[in-house]
Design a protein around this ligand. Structure first.
Ligand code: 13P
Ligand code: SF4
Length: 341
């Protein structure tokens, strides 16, 4: 985890009490849990935001579901007193940086992100220092401390447009996702220097297995997230963020889709287009559920309930880091607004 803190007073200070409360939460039926979550959210003026990759039942109870960009945009404009960010830790940090006057909660502070962790802030700062004069573009999947050494943040929804908004001759460092960076280089003709990070979920989709699926479903369109490796991206009928893939799947005339991104998105795809068939792309290892992000799946209804009830764990970002990290995040939001994204 980054230098950012997540305070967990209830859990760390009194283990037996925490155990009892955990049992109390698990004694509630699913229906009771959901009713309690909605009651607590109303009583506390809390907004529940969820990423498309979390468990379907958590998505269903959220006030808002979206991709990383939409979650940041919603956090920036909410008038709720409490934001519960059902996603991974960097998403909670981004909300906390954007909303210093609000309480930002995450159901499980251990839900981190392999991509964000692949770019430790001190190593990234040294990389930046070794390339003086470069504009530093960082994917939102970074810790707050890494954002603090960044000029502009991007998400998979706006990376192309934000890179294109920089002067054509600007030398650029892009981190941490080398697959997204290479894809943006190919679209824009830029030659950004790439940090060699990757998401362990997206990097594991298999070209051979996707082609075998396509042979079984010749009319299926292939949807690919740009965090996937280049050869997988090349197979795509549509490359885009989770929100862009969802939009395409709803609007397109095809009836079947092979989906190469974290499988949580299939929940909303199936809900939005029940008459269509969505097939999760297989990972290279058929013995594991590697197209699931185990961090996103750590967010459960029980944890969401306890987090709202106890108003813990709170995400806090040290003031010196937040003061630096907010600039590239606000720059991203401002460019996205100008571009209508
Ligand atoms: P988007 O939300 O931008 O599609 O990114 C996917 C992701 O990996 C989030 O962790
Ligand atoms: Fe991070 Fe990959 Fe999980 Fe997204 S899917 S949160 S990039 S580990």
């Amino acid at each position: 985890m980054s230098k950012t803190q997540t305070t967990c007073a209830v859990y760390s200070c009194n283990t037996s009490k925490a155990e009892a409360e955990k049992k109390a939460a698990s004694a509630l039926s699913h229906a009771e849990l959901k009713a309690e979550i909605r009651r607590l959210a109303k009583e506390k003026n809390a907004v529940i935001m969820a990423h498309y990759y979390v468990n379907g039942e958590v998505q269903d109870i959220a006030d808002f579901i979206g991709d990383s960009l939409a979650l940041a945009q919603q956090a920036a404009k909410t008038d709720a007193d409490i934001i519960v960010l059902c996603g991974v830790h960097f998403m909670g940090e981004t909300a906390a940086i954007l909303c210093p006057d609000k309480k930002v909660l995450v159901p499980d502070p251990a839900a981190t992100c392999s991509l964000a962790e692949s770019c430790p802030a001190d190593e990234f700062a040294a990389f930046v220092a070794a390339h003086p004069g470069h504009t530093v573009v960082s994917y939102v999947n970074t810790t707050a401390a890494t954002k603090a050494v960044t000029d502009v943040v991007v998400t998979s929804s706006n990376a192309r447009q934000i890179v294109e908004s920089l002067p054509e001759d600007a030398p650029i460092i892009f981190g941490p996702d080398q697959n997204l960076g290479a894809y943006i280089n190919s679209l824009t003709g830029r030659n950004m220097i790439l940090w060699n990070g990757a998401c362990h979920v997206h990097a594991r989709f298999s070209v051979e297995k996707i082609l075998a699926l396509k042979a079984e479903h010749p009319d299926a369109k292939i949807l690919v997230h740009p965090e996937c490796k280049g050869p997988v991206v090349k197979l795509a009928d549509k490359v885009g963020s989770t929100a862009a893939l969802l939009k395409f799947a709803i609007a397109d005339e095809a009836k079947e889709f092979i989906v190469a991104t974290e499988s949580g998105i299939l929940h909303e795809m199936q809900k939005s287009a029940p008459e269509k068939t969505f097939i999760p792309a297989p990972p290279d290892d058929s013995t594991c559920a590697c197209n699931e992000c185990e961090y996103m799946k750590m967010v459960t209804l029980e944890k969401l309930y306890r987090c709202l009830r106890d108003e813990q764990p709170i995400v806090t970002v040290p003031a010196d880091i937040a003061a630096k990290a907010i600039k590239p995040i606000e720059r991203m939001l401002s460019i996205s607004k100008q571009l209508g994204l």
